[in-house]
Design a binder for this molecule. Structure first.
Ligand SMILES: Nc1nc2c(ncn2[C@@H]2O[C@H](COP(=O)(O)OP(=O)(O)OP(=O)(O)O)[C@@H](O)[C@H]2O)c(=O)[nH]1
Length: 753
């Protein structure tokens, strides 16, 4: 399992002998030479292999030579939805398959390479029936078989399919085995070696399946149902595929970021109150997650969830709606941890930034100091010879708000932001909730095309019809153009922020795809959580030279530790040129959901040096398979990093966090031991086998064992979430009300496949 499968939505050009129907394939095949890169999935894309059928490869071409069985590749499992393609000959129905966990038998479809004649499976079957032996012949054959000495099973050759095997977006291990002819036990063994504990009915996504198959030397291709053609996966691709002559300028979309209390909310309020969009004045201001203002007859859209949570959560999901970030820094306070965090996010996203030095009305304001502090972080304002615009404002006194807005327009001009208003709408969900009286309500930011009332839409895993639309001032709208935030009603479920909305011709089809996505999402979540540590995976790639840079997010208990680790990494980087470690973000305190999102968006690993994730961050990391490594000894970290850079990290222990509790009471025993009265918030506490970490504000203050666990007066073996209990942490009496306890177990994991 060495490399990630390449996704390709283009047809694989499998040759004339194979009737591919209208499916769209993503292939893991590195050798097919299809030469296609992931294609645009624009709303109106044609099925990829309705094209000229170019990009054929000699290795996969289904030419009808007696030796070439490439076109007789195994059928896709039953859940490769065949849609309404009567002529799809390559995918035999699953029911006709006899494959299983054993290597492919000689007859039947499924994992069996079909007869050597260059026909598709269906033709092969009709030929078989035409040449079917008569009853007496069959009897003779049977006797001959019975007389034959039994063949030892171990010598039976494994029938490897030739050419890529078509796999659906989601399948069970059993279906993968059937489709490829690789025994289910072998597949499970490979998964186990990669740290994935699965059973034969476990659903896995295409990427995981493709990765497993690389181990067996089998090429795969994702068989997308016909309906998936034209489904938008990336808004940027949609924009790229628009006819240039249709592109029109669109308003910029702006996010405001900055440290707590530096005035983000006040600034958003000041902008909104001074510049309500024309024709919207007098409307009832509503919070829909975004609003538009008008400056010099031009509109600007602001996402009004201040801070970087929304920004990073979106980016972690692959959505980027922000064109420009305004970084607010309070003139009397200066650069703070969240300012630094915001800068890290903005740099990682490559979005232009404007610095707004706020609170300049205060006598203690010192803008120069801030500019110097920013320069130290490599944010050089224009005044200092850099390229970051900087404006001085006061959100409270409404000083220079227009200056800031004009600067935003100036930056927007340089970005040349355009979209095609004359296309079916595509946008991104900014916020969504379930309203008691109105049902699912979502705010969508239109990014291309125009959304109309009565449009059928597919939004992530839900479908619906636009029944009504409202602007941020509560005005009913009939249509919404690019960069307009609009509240929509009519969805059949609540989507997630970051989901893509696209208009579909057919509501039934939208519903079908929504359902399929729900299924796929479940499989992906399970695959991610089963994947376990991604660090080993990354180290494996380093070893193979696929990765030259390790991205780290560093959280520590104190600034001193951060500095020491940064110094150490610098030394390691200087000592060799093969692999460079880059700290993309560092900070003091608990590991947050924002850190996990940044890791997700930047393919980074999180290092906690005496710092722990809060429960939300831990859940989020688990869900997405993000690796958080914990250290409390600097030499251990140094050692691991050295090995990582050499790509040879040995098998290691993986921590499994099993429970989480809050300390709500403290009792002192006559023995001077301290009993902590705790409430189990997550998972369970077990008296034996578990270790416990005592955390204060996300920082580890003790790591040890439980010496006593009681409910009321009784000793108990375990306490689950939702219950209270009393416990003593062995040899530690400094526990305080408000401390958090994390219960974990160590498990050994294999390093690489
Ligand atoms: N003097 C002065 N005070 C300001 C200015 N802007 C904001 N404040 C004050 O600073 C405090 C924090 O402002 P907010 O707008 O809530 O700050 P924030 O960055 O949104 O804070 P969080 O939502 O907690 O992250 C409030 O008491 C504001 O009144 C300003 O320009 N001048």
């Amino acid at each position: 399992m060495s490399e990630k499968p390449r996704r390709d939505t283009g047809g694989t050009g499998t040759g004339s002998g194979r009737s591919t129907g209208q499916s769209t394939n993503r292939t893991s095949n590195q050798q097919t030479g299809t030469g296609r890169t992931p294609t645009a999935t624009g709303a109106h894309r044609q099925p990829a292999n309705q094209s000229t059928g170019g990009g054929r490869s000699s290795s996969t071409g289904g030419r009808n030579t007696p030796t070439n069985q490439g076109n007789a590749r195994p059928a896709a499992p039953a859940n490769a939805r065949s849609g309404n393609q009567p002529a799809r000959g390559n995918n035999a129905p699953a029911a006709s398959r006899s494959g299983g966990s054993t290597p492919a038998p000689v007859r039947g479809g499924g994992a069996t390479p079909a007869p050597a004649r260059g026909t598709n499976t269906r033709n092969a079957r009709s030929q078989q029936s035409r040449g079917r032996p008569q009853p007496e012949e069959r009897e003779r054959e049977r006797e001959a078989v019975l007389r034959r000495p039994p063949t030892p099973t171990t010598t039976r050759p494994v029938m490897r399919p030739r050419g890529p095997v078509a796999l659906p977006p989601v399948m069970t291990v059993r279906e993968l085995s059937e489709a490829t002819g690789i025994g289910a036990a072998d597949i499970l063994k490979t998964m186990l070696k990669a740290g994935m504990i699965a059973n034969i009915n476990q659903q896995i996504d295409y990427e995981t399946a493709a990765l497993i198959m690389t181990d067996f030397g089998i090429e795969t291709v994702e068989n997308m149902p016909e309906q998936m053609v034209g489904i938008v996966e990336d808004v940027k691709e949609v924009l790229r595929s628009q006819p240039p002559e249709e592109m029109r300028p669109r308003p910029p979309v702006v996010t405001i970021m900055g440290h707590v209390d530096h005035g983000k909310t006040k600034l958003l309020d000041a902008i909104r109150s001074t510049r309500v969009a024309e024709g919207e004045a007098g409307g009832i201001t509503q919070h829909i997650g975004a609003y538009q203002v008008e400056v010099n007859h031009r509109k600007i859209t602001f996402l009004d969830t201040p801070g970087h949570e929304a920004f990073t959560a979106m980016r972690a999901r692959g959505a980027q709606v922000t064109d420009i970030v305004v970084l607010v820094v309070a003139a009397d306070d200066g650069v703070k941890p969240q300012t630094e965090e915001a800068i890290a996010h903005v740099k990682a996203a490559g979005v232009p930034m404007i610095v707004a030095i706020n609170k300049i009305d205060l006598p203690t304001a010192n803008p120069d100091r801030i500019k110097q502090q920013l320069a130290a972080l490599d944010v050089i304002v224009e005044e200092y010879g850099g390229n970051v615009p900087c404006v001085h404002v006061s959100a409270r006194q409404k000083i220079n708000i227009d200056g800031l807005l004009e600067m935003i327009l100036l930056v927007a001009d340089l970005e040349d932001l355009r979209a095609n208003p004359n296309a079916p709408a595509v946008g991104t969900i900014i916020e969504a909730k379930l309203d008691k009286s109105r049902g699912p309500v979502a705010t969508v930011l239109i990014q291309n095309g125009t959304l109309h009332l009565e449009d059928n839409v597919l939004v992530g895993c839900v479908a619906g019809k636009i029944k009504s639309m409202f602007s941020d001032s509560g005005k009913r709208l009939r249509h919404a153009e690019p960069s307009t935030p609009v509240e929509i009603i009519g969805l059949e479920g609540v989507p997630q922020a970051g989901d893509i909305l696209q208009v579909m011709d057919d509501l039934v089809l939208a519903r079908e795809i929504a359902l399929q996505r729900q299924r796929q999402q479940r499989a992906e979540a399970m695959a991610a959580s089963a994947r376990g540590t991604s660090l080993e995976e990354l180290f494996g790639k380093v070893k193979q030279g696929q990765v030259k840079e390790l991205n780290l997010i560093l959280k520590a208990d104190v600034q001193g530790s951060l500095d020491a680790i940064a110094h150490l990494i610098e030394q390691l980087n200087q000592s060799q040129n093969e692999v460079q470690t880059r700290i993309i973000h560092r900070g003091v305190g608990a590991i947050t959901e924002g850190d996990v999102n940044l890791a997700l968006a930047s393919h980074a690993i999180i290092i906690g040096f005496n710092a722990r994730p809060d429960p939300a961050a831990r859940r989020h990391a688990e869900q997405h398979g993000i690796d958080i490594r914990f250290y409390n000894i600097i030499y251990q970290l140094q050692d691991d990093l050295k090995k990582a850079m050499a790509g040879m990290l040995a098998p290691t222990f993986k921590e499994v966090v099993e429970g989480y509790a809050e300390v709500r009471n403290i009792f002192r025993l006559p023995t001077r031991e301290v009993v902590a009265g705790v409430y189990v918030t997550d998972g369970k506490i077990t008296r034996t086998g578990q270790n416990v970490r005592v955390l204060r504000r996300g920082v580890v203050i003790h790591d040890g064992k439980i010496s006593s666990l009681k409910r009321f007066k009784d000793d108990v073996r375990e306490v689950t979430a939702g219950y209270e209990c009393g416990l003593i942490v062995e040899g530690f009496n400094d526990i305080e009300i408000g401390d958090a306890l994390e219960f974990y177990r160590q498990e050994q994991v294999a390093a690489t496949l």
